[in-house]
Design a protein around this ligand. Structure first.
Ligand SMILES: C[S@@+](CC[C@H](N)C(=O)[O-])C[C@H]1O[C@@H](n2cnc3c(N)ncnc32)[C@H](O)[C@@H]1O
Length: 450
């Protein structure tokens, strides 16, 4: 994968490169009009966007907001699966290509391999749809190549896959080494689609619905299978619950009793943790810098019927009128903890992105210090797997002074003691509770203002 090539729309393809078999063009020949296929078209745009231009999956997906919801969901699934197995599928393809194909052709082939090896698409459909995709995108000269390579993958791919270290290949080397001893377990977790976890507000519980499976997790979150739409679950309109990964539901629980406490939620949208604070009866001010995300935050609060003051402001500069009892700082981070939901991030982030994020995290911690009463609590959290954004930030804050670390205890973590580190931090990764469907990666620590 390279990232400094021209967009594929501008690439010129020489007619003489056209691979032909017996002088005929595969799948239809001259004059053949490939059928429309919005799902593959969108999946192709997403994958090319990620590997050629480091464009976030959501950005391309958002551009297709008018598309039929089911086609869009299928495209999302196909693209996400391709990105989840990108490394190992590239390893399978490489020896089958005599010459390096243009990047868009490689993207199309990867979509084909994902359909064959991971999505159980019948070979004729997997091959045919990719050949048609290439024709629609002005890449017809590569239709023969795709036909031959994908047929070979259909025959040999599964056994080739078994001989590979997929865990290692599907994670970029810099992340693999940053994750150290946790890397293999994390990678195993990343090969799974994330289930839908819901947090129910106090006094509400899931309703039995025919055809909808669910499991109540030891921490109280309710887990539905991957692909479940939250709005289809009974109680959505009534505001009985909100979507929140089981690991993401823990930091607020670790803040202790919140009733009548003044709490600033410093980076609030879309509001999962704001909702937890408000249902725990805290007096919440939710601060969010991004106006569009603040709209989503307000919509969620309204759906849940909660009483929260929202402020659109830069949380590093904004200050409350009076010092507060607690600050929840769910800081902007690399989001490597949510790679199960956002596999594009694997191939988009670079080590230098982490460095610039840590500067912001330190500034937020400093701002939180200025907002708190003496003895007030800072709950610092990030959905990151990186040491630099988690334990290293807490160590830096303690070194700077003005804080005391109050380690979490096993009693507080009760059903998730697996996440307690020897330093008293909370730390999860996608390989934990794998038998139940895994969880996001989160880091949390508690500091007290001196
Ligand atoms: C990790 S998300 C928060 C998730 C949220 N706490 C939840 O549980 O739903 C981080 C949020 O911080 C916001 N943000 C980024 N920089 C900010 C700033 N300087 N001030 C306030 N909010 C900021 C982002 O727009 C994003 O919505």
């Amino acid at each position: 994968m390279t990232n400094n090539k021209q967009p594929h729309e501008k690439k010129r393809v020489k007619k003489t490169d056209a691979p032909r078999k017996n002088g005929r063009r595969p799948h239809g020949g001259k004059g053949h009009r490939p059928p429309a296929d919005p799902t593959r078209d969108l999946a192709f745009d997403i994958v090319c966007g990620v590997v050629e231009h480091r464009r976030m999956l959501e950005t391309t997906l958002d551009r297709a907001e008018k598309m039929d919801a089911r086609d869009r969901a299928s495209a999302h699934r196909l693209a996400a699966t391709t990105l989840r197995y990108l490394g190992s599928m590239t390893e399978i393809l490489q020896p089958m290509l005599r010459r390096e194909p243009p990047e868009p052709v490689r993207c199309a082939l990867l979509l084909g391999v994902a359909q064959l090896l991971h999505l159980e698409t019948p070979p004729h459909a997997a091959v045919g749809t990719i050949v048609d995709l290439l024709r629609r995108r002005g890449l017809a000269p590569f239709a023969g190549l795709a036909n031959a390579v994908l047929r070979r993958v259909a025959r040999e791919g599964q056994s080739l896959l078994e001989g590979l270290d997929q865990d290692r290949l599907d994670v970029p080397p810099w992340l693999w080494s940053a994750w150290g001893a946790r890397a293999r377990a994390i990678s195993r977790g990343l090969h799974r689609e994330a289930p839908l976890d819901l947090t129910y507000r106090p006094g509400r519980s899931p309703v039995d619905e025919e055809g909808i499976e669910k499991e109540v997790l030891p921490t109280g979150s309710v887990r539905y299978p991957a692909g479940t739409r939250m709005s289809a679950v009974a109680g959505f309109e009534e505001g009985d619950f909100w979507a929140q990964d089981v690991a993401a539901s823990m930091p607020v629980k670790l803040m202790g009793p919140l009733q009548d406490k003044t709490v600033v939620d410093l980076c609030a949208a879309p509001g999962g943790k704001t909702a937890q604070l408000a249902t725990a009866k805290a007096k919440v001010t939710a601060v969010e810098r991004d106006e569009h995300r603040a709209v989503r935050l307000r919509e969620n609060i309204t759906r849940l019927g909660l009483d929260v003051r929202t402020v659109v402001a830069d949380g590093i500069k904004w200050r409350p009128d009076n010092p507060v009892d607690a600050v929840l700082l769910d800081a902007p981070c690399s989001a490597t903890g949510t790679l199960r939901r956002h596999p594009d991030v694997l191939w988009i982030k670079r080590p230098r992105d982490i460095v610039s994020l840590t500067e912001g995290q330190d500034a937020f911690i400093e701002a939180a210090h200025q907002m708190l009463k003496p003895g007030g609590v800072l709950l610092y959290a990030v959905c990151s797997l990186q040491d630099e954004e988690g334990p290293d930030r807490i160590k830096a804050a303690l070194k700077k002074g003005g804080w005391t670390h109050k380690p979490f205890t096993e009693e507080e973590l009760f059903d998730m003691s697996v996440a307690l580190t020897p330093d008293g931090f909370f730390r999860t990764h996608p390989g934990m509770w794998l038998e139940k469907g895994g969880m996001d990666g989160f880091f949390a620590a508690r500091l007290i203002k001196e």
